[in-house]
Write a protein that binds this ligand. Structure first.
Ligand SMILES: Cc1ncc(COP(=O)(O)O)c(C=O)c1O
Length: 388
């Protein structure tokens, strides 16, 4: 990365007040707020307290800007993107909307975050589908096992872009090729990768992607977006039709019109009015990500984790539990040791926020982190009393 870009990252860091006190490596749990998010939300709170003008048009315009911004982030068109409430929202659109028949099979991984599992289990129960579990290998998604699990009834593969507990980034292109070959849909939970790992949904051949904005996208809880490929959009039933799924052409003075046309876009799958505080927060944080660029954020995050990996490799106390091949790397790195709970407590005590997941310390590096943050963590690892 060139010096100018590095300056931009240093400048972005200053927008995150927590960096003065805390080392935050926990974006895989939820993202911290930055000052522009705070300002956007507080300004709207004030506007609502003063109640001097109607902010409906601003809300609509912000929604439009967000659909366009997220579409750009994932290589889609604005028409393909709708605003949801979280990751589960878009997964439900797929699970209850895709044209599936009784007996059709949904293939999921045995080490999946529960959002995919519970959603498809409910859809399976109501629609007579069957959820089948594909066994992982060495705690990572196994494409060969997926290939072997496919039967003539298999219609959907539903997976996370990045595995939540060890940061394993799936090769979605490879999975999508398999899906195309067998006439299956690919439904992706994007929350652990979108915004920090480059992804082009069209080139990759994803049918549905859903992503909450509360983690790597650094927005408030309760907001997200979903992508529906143009090819499948019109074949999807709409599980939640709302009055804002039709095109009012911004004319809200005469509302008793019941024959308006649904949007010819993913927007018709949205569910009524969004929380404007959320929209404004999402816009403020996505602008920062957009300005830095996902590719640059990815390089920045991976370089920080490289620094940690280099240390861990020299210290026999610790074992890396993430896979390190370039195509499976993400902004999450995990490692463990004999007494991992004790280590977790030692790290937290030093005001470094990480997570303990499935027996490993999970470190999530993001755009506001820097090398000094990594060095603070390394210092704790060096002094850990439970060292071998
Ligand atoms: C892979 C994955 N999917 C989904 C979620 C959250 O789902 P939602 O945005 O619906 O709350 C998480 C974390 O909370 C996650 O790690």
């Amino acid at each position: 990365m060139n010096a100018d870009k590095m300056q931009e990252f240093a400048k972005a860091r200053r927008l995150f007040p927590h960096t003065k006190k805390t080392v935050y490596f926990n974006s895989a749990s939820y993202g911290p707020f930055c000052l522009p998010v705070e300002k956007a939300i507080i300004d709207n709170l004030k506007l609502r307290l003063d109640a001097t003008r109607d902010d409906t048009r601003m809300a609509m315009a912000t929604g439009e800007a967000l659909r366009g911004g997220y579409a750009k982030m994932i290589g889609a068109s604005k028409k393909d993107v709708g605003l949801g409430l979280n990751t589960s929202f878009g997964l439900n659109v797929a699970a209850f909307g895709l044209p599936l028949k009784k007996g059709d099979e949904i293939l999921v991984s045995d080490l999946e975050f529960p959002a995919i599992i519970y959603t498809w289990q409910a859809a399976a129960q109501q629609r007579g589908l069957k959820v089948r579990v594909v066994k992982s290998s060495n705690r990572c998604f196994d494409i060969d096992a997926l290939g072997k699990a496919i039967t003539r009834r298999s219609r959907v593969v539903s997976v996370s872009f990045v595995q939540f507990f060890n940061g394993f980034k799936l090769d979605l292109k490879e999975i999508s090729s398999l899906c195309k070959k067998h006439g299956m849909y690919l439904v992706v939970d994007g929350i652990q990768g979108v915004g920090v790992e480059t992804l082009n949904v069209k080139r990759t051949g994803i049918d549905v992607l859903s992503c909450g904005c509360q983690k790597w996208l650094l927005g408030p809880q309760g907001c997200g977006f979903f992508y529906l490929s143009e090819e499948i959009r019109d074949s999807l039933a709409n599980p939640f039709m709302s009055y804002l799924g039709v095109d009012w052409k911004m004319q809200y003075s005469d509302m008793c019109r019941y024959n308006l046309t649904p949007f010819d876009s993913a927007r018709r799958f949205e569910l009524g009015y969004c929380v404007i505080l959320n929209l404004l927060g999402m816009k403020a944080s996505s602008d920062i990500i957009g300005a830095l660029g996902v590719r640059n954020i990815q390089s920045h995050n991976h370089a920080l984790l490289d620094r940690l990996i280099a240390y861990i490799k020299t210290d026999a106390t610790y074992t890396i539990t993430s896979r390190l091949e370039a195509r499976h790397r993400s902004s999450i790195l995990t490692f463990t040791c004999d007494d991992v709970r004790r280590l977790y407590k030692a790290i937290i005590k030093n005001r470094i926020l990480v997570s303990l997941r499935e027996g490993s310390i999970r470190v999530s590096a993001h755009l506001f982190n820097n090398a000094a943050d990594i060095d603070r963590l390394i210092k704790v690892l060096k002094r850990f009393p439970g060292k071998r």
